[in-house]
Ligand binder design. Structure first.
Ligand SMILES: C[S@@+](CC[C@H](N)C(=O)[O-])C[C@H]1O[C@@H](n2cnc3c(N)ncnc32)[C@H](O)[C@@H]1O
Length: 147
């Protein structure tokens, strides 16, 4: 359907001067087959979120995950190297899912998708191969307070 670009505000600099900064990631929005008509695209909600203007851009600007949102391990180090910002995943789920839908994240990492799904009233299934990340994700999902 679309390639969406997450433009990473405050992306990590690289100091060796041998390549560009990796300051974006690509999100692929796809349907199972090209005849699929009943996919979710919450046009009106997105418009409202965009101050009444149609949201049409495929480049989304969100800061990298940092500050209190960033999970730390027992040594105060980042618990997961690529924890995604809650706001990015929120925009994904608000765009393409409805309350009660089931969201699958086969690369769950620190559990960001599950936390957002829970906050937005979606069901979720997560898969992760690293035990330490599963444990962080489980704690995070359990403790998450929905404001
Ligand atoms: C980019 S990270 C996901 C970050 C996550 N969105 C977050 O906010 O924390 C990808 C994760 O997929 C996991 N992973 C990679 N290959 C996997 C596999 N074959 N099965 C399950 N998990 C896998 C990695 O261990 C890593 O935690």
């Amino acid at each position: 359907m679309n390639d969406v670009i997450w433009v990473k505000i405050d992306a990590m600099l690289n100091f060796n001067g041998r390549r560009f900064i990796n300051n974006h990631e690509t999100l692929i929005w796809a349907v199972k087959n090209k005849n699929c008509k009943n996919y979710t695209f919450n046009f009106e909600l997105l418009k409202k979120m965009n101050g009444g203007e149609q949201m049409k851009d495929t480049d989304w600007n969100f800061a990298i995950c940092r500050g209190p949102e960033r999970l730390k391990d027992e040594n105060g180090m980042k618990a997961h190297p690529t924890q995604k910002p809650l706001k990015l995943i929120q925009q994904v789920l608000l765009t393409a899912s409805k309350k009660g839908d089931l969201v699958l994240d086969p690369f769950m990492g620190s559990g960001t998708t599950a936390v957002v799904a829970k906050a937005l009233g979606r069901e979720w299934v997560g898969i992760e191969k690293e035990k330490k990340y599963i444990e962080f994700a489980q704690r995070r999902i359990k403790d998450f307070i929905i404001n």
